[in-house]
Design a binder for this molecule. Structure first.
Ligand SMILES: C[S@@+](CC[C@H](N)C(=O)[O-])C[C@H]1O[C@@H](n2cnc3c(N)ncnc32)[C@H](O)[C@@H]1O
Length: 843
């Protein structure tokens, strides 16, 4: 893809946008042609303003022809790589001896790759903006080891054949080159015998901009690695590496970081080995390594029968602090915490708090990063009054706010602040403890696990407010400007930057904090994927960091992580809220975020839900929509219930279940033919009507009553045609007609207020709401926004009756409040700014 983008640039064309990049992998010639035109035409036509437009069009046609040829070429290279991976899989039955390649030759190749990356970065950086496209292949046939090192035996270089997975074996290699980061990280690994091989580790870091010293510091030259059950690939760059049409390179392809262990030079597995040259790592590795004190304590804890004397490495207090800060800076609070505990156990500082305010603040920072707010608060309280400075006050305020939130849920003011942050910040994340209402995990026949209520709840009651683990925004600094496209050659699924990065973050999160493994890897990964062993464990409502020795020991027991399973978990459980207004564009698939929220992921789906889940940055709030008795399973929407039945079914198809909610049952009873007719009307008759309606409503002052009447009548005719597709015994619940009726009501208001009222009422009731004479008796279940719009239209048509008008605004606010919370002030902020004044005066 990089070459394609470079060629486009050479032609003076803009880099493709996110959604264009996604369609790059659509080999359909029509898509190719359209894409070529899209890429070529606007740039040239814009550039040719003053020239003869016919000449410009000829030019544009030539350009789009050239672009089409480039796309075809790009697709050919992609297919060659896909084919190479397939051939490699077939060749696993007939592996061949791996040849020795001189270390020098491999180093030259590696340095050339690093120079290429540097040149790309330079070419891709214009002003402050960076644009470095990346494309990788993925396959369902990825590997991960589940065997402890003690159950494996070492393999010598001369035994290596490729392509082959070495079950029951491990290799030990030393990092012998600088690192090169594409999406996976590659380097040269040297065996003790002096032979060398390229090694490529997938999901290495979520910071795709890392390079140079900062990247090399993660695994400095000289670091010794153990790779469990390695896979020797003849095309190792094919997964996680750059798409390349050149001949495959034999190397070790590591599909998950959990297969790689960083070994100390004095590790018994290393002491018997000697390399031809001496290399001491330049700086301590900090990619998957624990701090020196935690390693010393772990070593002792690992041998409880005959505990050896604790050999404490020669480290100063300042060095321990530096290690902890480095772990925090690299999003490894678990490693920071274990180093802190080990230092405490060894007596570097005492548990009593006699460590000084600076250390207490660092300790609190570790606990805040672990989301262990009560512990952070307790540590802050140990700081003597006279030492409490501004830094202390800030952390105390953070801990208190986080705890308050977890105990009571967000106040209206907090929700307003959160909402404002989602408008202003492209990557909003909120450091709050989770709020859990009266819910528990239960087995649901035919649907795995689900969440049920432990007591009766009221409409609008907050049930959950949870924060994502491993959230990823495309505007995150570490990947902004690195559009990434991953194509799975087996299932055809394409993933974009945020999905790949969320997977990387989640893998590293559970390796760093093994206590999260049950909650994250305990989610399911799709209907065709066997459950992980964690799914069989009780699903934890809350995850707390382990304490004391258990925490330190957990560093050695990081779980074995299947990257394929993680990708499945994200695909079937993560939400992808659209980009915030502060981030680039609205529906660009590249700018959608990826957020796994662990407990909310246990919620099952209903097109007609009984709760509403709403995002604020990386948090999701779930509120009851109706009075719900204890024992009710709460269910939210994976796909919007207001979408036509067939669309809902096709969006849900990947989950492999049939939705049996009341709405689906009603739709099914209407019959196939009626459903088909309904969808056809919505797809063909509605869009031109919406265009006309929009044009009139945007120019309401200019539009005549007759024009409004004409559009209203057309919309009502469509509503009637839609109604004819519903079974006559069906009742009011008809989400497909909500928007049609609401638009008709807005136009009817211009010439017949009473008629407008009845249309708006019918629109609101089609969402499952029940209206009384002057308000709302039962909240809607589906298309909540549509219901609110209908209620606001009822308020508008009563503009000269203050009391009535206010009653309908109150009904709209109540609906909004049950859906989102935050009361009238948040309602006013979230609705049409043009109406801000009017609404504010009313609420
Ligand atoms: C986000 S998870 C929900 C939690 C899941 N039930 C579990 O035990 O982990 C999504 C998966 O739950 C199942 N599921 C969700 N809603 C369902 C429903 N209405 N009927 C049957 N299965 C459902 C499907 O297997 C789906 O892929």
């Amino acid at each position: 893809m990089e070459e394609l983008v470079r060629s486009l640039r050479n032609l003076g064309l803009a880099a493709p946008r996110g959604e264009q990049i996604v369609s790059l992998v659509d080999a359909d010639p029509r898509t190719e042609k359209q894409l070529a035109q899209e890429l070529a035409v606007p740039a040239r036509v814009d550039a040719q303003d003053d020239e003869d437009s016919a000449a410009a069009m000829v030019d544009a046609a030539l350009l789009s022809g050239a672009t089409e040829a480039m796309l075809a070429n790009y697709n050919r290279v992609l297919q060659q790589n896909v084919e190479a991976l397939r051939q490699e899989r077939a060749a696993c039955d007939t592996p061949k001896q791996v040849k020795r390649v001189p270390l020098k030759a491999l180093l030259a190749q590696q340095n050339a790759a690093i120079r290429r990356r540097d040149a790309e970065r330079e070419a891709g950086t214009q002003g402050d903006r960076m644009y470095i496209p990346r494309q990788i292949l993925d396959t369902e046939h990825t590997y991960y080891s589940t065997r402890p090192v003690t159950a494996l035996t070492r393999i010598e270089f001369d035994e290596l054949v490729a392509p082959k997975r070495f079950d029951g074996r491990y290799v030990i290699v030393r990092v012998a080159s600088p690192l090169s980061l594409y999406v996976s990280c590659s380097f040269v690994g040297e065996f003790a015998c002096g032979a060398a091989l390229p090694i490529s580790i997938a999901y290495f870091t979520p910071d795709l901009k890392l390079h140079g010293d900062e990247l090399n510091a993660m695994l400095p030259e000289g670091t010794v690695l153990l790779i469990r059950e390695p896979y020797l690939s003849t095309h190792y760059l094919g997964v996680g590496g750059p798409i390349t049409s050149s001949k495959g390179i034999t190397g070790i392809r590591v599909d998950t970081p959990s297969d790689v262990l960083v070994l100390d030079a004095d590790d018994p597995l290393v002491t018997g080995l000697s390399w031809p040259t001496t290399r001491t790592p330049a700086a301590p590795a900090h990619w998957r390594q624990e701090g020196p004190l935690a390693r010393a304590v772990q070593h002792q804890l690992a041998q409880p029968d005959a505990p050896p004397a604790l050999v404490v490495p020669d480290v100063s207090r300042e060095a321990v602090r530096a290690t902890i800060r480095r772990f925090l800076a690299h999003d490894r609070p678990g490693a920071a915490w274990r180093e802190w505990l080990a230092a405490e156990r060894i007596g570097v500082w005492s548990p009593s708090g006699a460590t000084g305010a600076d250390d207490a603040l660092m300790h609190a920072d570790v606990l805040l990063a672990l989301r262990s707010y009560a512990d952070a608060d307790a540590v802050l309280e140990t700081v003597p009054l006279e030492e409490r400075d501004a830094a202390w006050t800030q952390r105390k305020a953070d801990a208190t706010a986080a705890l308050d939130f977890g105990q009571h849920g967000p106040t209206g003011a907090t929700l307003e602040r959160m909402f404002a942050a989602t408008l202003a910040d492209a990557t909003p994340r909120f450091p709050y403890a989770e709020f859990h209402g009266p819910i528990e995990v239960a087995d649901i026949p035919g649907a795995g696990r689900g969440l049920v209520l432990t007591r009766d709840v009221e409409p609008g009651e907050l049930l959950l407010c949870c924060r994502a683990l491993g959230s990823s925004y495309s505007a995150d600094a570490a990947c902004d400007g690195v559009p990434l496209l991953r194509v799975n050659i087996d299932n055809g699924v394409t993933s974009t930057t945020t999905q790949v990065l969320a997977a990387t973050r989640c893998i590293h999160a559970v390796l760093d904090r093994p206590e999260w493994a049950t909650a994250f890897l305990g989610l399911t990964a799709g209907p065709d994927v066997p459950y992980s062993s964690f799914v069989r464990e009780p699903y934890p409502l809350r995850t707390r960091p382990l304490a004391g020795d258990a925490a330190i020991a957990s560093g050695t027991q990081a779980p074995d992580v299947s990257a394929a399973y993680v990708n499945g978990v994200l695909r079937f459980n993560a939400f992808g809220p659209a980009a915030t207004p502060a981030a680039a564009s609205g529906n660009d698939p590249m700018s959608r975020s990826t957020m796994p929220h662990l407990l909310p992921a246990i919620l099952n789906h209903a097109c007609l839900p009984n709760v509403s889940s709403v995002f604020f940055g990386d948090m999701v709030t779930t509120r009851a929509l109706h009075p719900l008795p204890r024992g009710t399973q709460i269910m939210h929407q994976y796909v919007q219930g207001e979408l036509p039945y067939d669309t809902r079914q096709s969006l849900l198809a990947k989950h492999g279940f049939r939705c049996t909610c009341e709405l689906c049952m009603l739709d099914e009873r209407d019959g196939h033919e009626a459903l088909h007719k309904r969808q056809e009307l919505l797809a063909t008759t509605l869009p031109p009507l919406v265009d006309r309606s929009r044009a009139l409503l945007n120019n309401a002052a200019l539009a005549s009553a007759d024009a409004h009447r004409e559009v209203a009548e057309a919309l009502e005719a469509l509503a009637a045609a839609l109604h004819a597709t519903y079974d006559s015994a069906r009742g009011a619940l008809r989400p497909d007609v909500v928007d049609v009726l609401h638009r008709a009501a807005q136009h009817a208001a211009a010439y017949d207020v009473a008629h407008a009222m009845s249309l708006a009422r019918a629109g609101a009731e089609a969402t499952g709401a029940q209206l009384s004479a002057h308000g709302i008796a039962r909240l809607p279940s589906v298309h909540l926004d549509g219901a609110i719009q209908c209620l606001l239209t009822l308020a508008r048509v009563h503009a000269d009756d203050a009391e009535e008008c206010r009653a309908w605004v109150d009904a709209a606010v109540a609906t909004h409040d049950a859906m989102i919370g935050g009361g009238a002030p948040l309602f006013v902020q979230r609705y049409d700014p043009g109406e801000y004044e009017v609404l504010q005066a009313l609420v």
